[in-house]
Design a protein around this ligand. Structure first.
Ligand code: HSE
Length: 315
């Protein structure tokens, strides 16, 4: 297979998953942060990772064991790409942050292969390759970061077998505040903490809120969105791993958030609101609350990123 271009640089966004009540079945993309990845046609045969930045030396250069490397390897094989391929990974977001760092790298890689080699694949075609990368990092099949990073917007995963992805329209003025406290939580570890079964009463609460959150988004009913941001499954357990969780959540609600919960497996928290002004105020309030726990943090304020990954350049 030939390509008319030799090099591409892409961006894939961070994602907030679970959205309180939708454990493993809901997620949305945000504008910032995200990962960048360069893919280059090379004289050297095979797939090689030539550079990784922003990871403090923690990610492997072994292509088959790397979150971005694996999707490239699989796609090269699946689509008969015969030329050598070099990968540069530029981590522009923290690892173990609950913001879908591994998903951003995996999606960036799969998206870049599709673009550079003109494969014309749909998102549904690309998704399994990105999932292969994500599974290396998390050790489990959950696509609530990978799917929104790839499709953009707010995504519902109705089914895993077969995969059924549904994009949900969100109100125009829906804003997301993210605070990333500077500690690290491994998704693998924090998934182990969760029970494999839940009481029926909790299931009823959870699916009531999940359904209502989708209804609230589709009807632009901010009040209903707020009432539905409740998690009785993961948050009570995982919040104990996050210093200052209760204080940050209270500060967010006091500052006008519709609701607030853990982003993915944490330690980041997200809060939704109905204006940029509120989203900024919520960010400041959460950070002040966390300062009392002597923990530094990063803040991100964003609308729902409807685009997903994008090409920075293609040459
Ligand atoms: N749904 C996954 C979890 C997301 O909560 O474990 C991990 O980012």
């Amino acid at each position: 297979m030939k390509t008319k271009n030799n090099e591409i640089r892409v961006f894939a966004p961070a994602t907030v998953s679970n959205i309180a009540c939708g454990f493993d079945i809901m997620g949305f993309a945000i504008d910032m942060p995200g990962d960048e990845l360069v893919l280059r046609v090379s004289e050297r045969p095979g797939v090689t990772i030539t550079k990784i930045s922003g990871d403090d030396g923690r990610l492997t250069y072994d292509v088959a064991l790397n979150t971005a490397g694996k999707p490239v390897l699989s796609m090269v094989k699946a689509f008969g790409i015969e030329c050598g391929v070099e990968i540069e990974i530029h981590k522009k977001m923290p690892l173990g942050s609950g913001l879908g760092s591994s998903a951003a790298s995996a999606v960036a890689a799969a998206f870049a292969v599709n673009q550079l080699f003109d494969l014309n694949l749909s998102n549904l075609d690309i998704l399994p390759f990105a999932i292969e990368g994500e599974m290396i990092a998390s050790g489990s099949l959950h696509v609530d970061n990978v799917a929104p990073a790839l499709y953009g917007g707010f995504v519902l995963i109705r089914s895993y077998n077969p995969i059924d992805i549904i994009k949900i329209d969100v109100p125009k003025n829906l804003y997301c505040t993210v605070i990333h406290p500077h500690i690290e939580i491994s998704t693998k570890e924090s998934r182990r903490l969760l029970p494999s079964e839940i009481p029926l009463s909790n299931a009823i609460t959870q699916w009531g809120n999940t359904a209502a959150l989708i209804a609230g988004l589709l009807k632009s009913d901010y009040n209903l969105i707020g009432r539905s941001l409740v998690d009785v499954v993961a948050e009570p357990i995982r919040s104990k791993l996050i210093p200052g969780f209760d204080d940050m959540k209270s500060a967010a609600i006091f500052a006008g958030a519709l609701g607030c919960s853990i982003s993915g497996s944490g330690p980041s928290l997200f809060a939704l609101s109905d204006s940029r002004e509120k989203a900024v105020l919520i960010a400041q309030s959460m950070q002040i609350a966390l300062n009392n726990h002597n923990l530094a943090s990063d803040l991100y304020v964003s609308q729902i990123n409807n685009l997903g990954p994008r090409v920075i350049y293609l040459k």
